[in-house]
Design a protein around this ligand. Sequence first.
Ligand code: GLP
Length: 252
Amino acid sequence: MKIIVTKDYQAMSRCAADLVQACVEKEPQSLVSFPGGDTPIGMLEEFVSRVNQGVIDPTGLKFVQLDDWVGIGPQDDGSCSHFVSTRLLAPMNRPFADRFLFDGSRRDTIDQQLEEQDAFIRRYGPIAVEVLGIGMNGHLGFNENGVDFSLRSHRTPLSDVTKSVQKKYFGGQDLPLTEGITQGIAQIMESELVILLANGARKAEIVSKAITGPVTNEVPASILQKHPNCVYLLDQEAASLLPKDLPGLEIR
Ligand code: GLP
């Protein structure tokens, strides 16, 4: 595992875009996956700007969404599909070759959508670059505490921590969301490159647990210790509880 510590959020976001760019230049027809949440906003802005300036060519790439809330869809502000559509797909001046997005509002087709996501990843995969955020409880996507590491695309009850954090995505409103849909740890671990982004002091404790603690499904992100090509890309605040002499740690 490589750990890159950057001075701030902007530097982290630029570095993430650099890593993604290098990867898609090497594999211009490949499958990529970016998360929702607040963490990747800067990276997505960089990515879109490089696409629109002709620096990154998306036209051979395929995109698969990471996760979403059951009960809300692309039309709803705060859903991950809305986030991906408005922050990535719509502002790009050239589209991806193909893409998969969930519609969490279509409760009757959730199981079918999960099968479709898995089929999409099998068809175009493995994922060449999987960018992830980390939840306050160490979740990856909606792989919550106690998750079975062998699962592929699946639905899951949301943990209490996730339920308490979720209102930040909905203008402070408490929505009755109790379930998530997500790529599974098996698909994440099969990705050729995983980049986990974390910024801010509030992530320091869980980042430290995930990197230096035991590998356990109680901290799902700890499984990345076993990934052969994983980069933890942090700002100084998120890295503040890590020992400075940790093997693989690089300060930029
Ligand atoms: C959310 C999403 C994840 C995201 C994580 C961190 O609940 N399910 O995909 O990576 O939690 O979110 P944020 O970047 O807003 O801290």
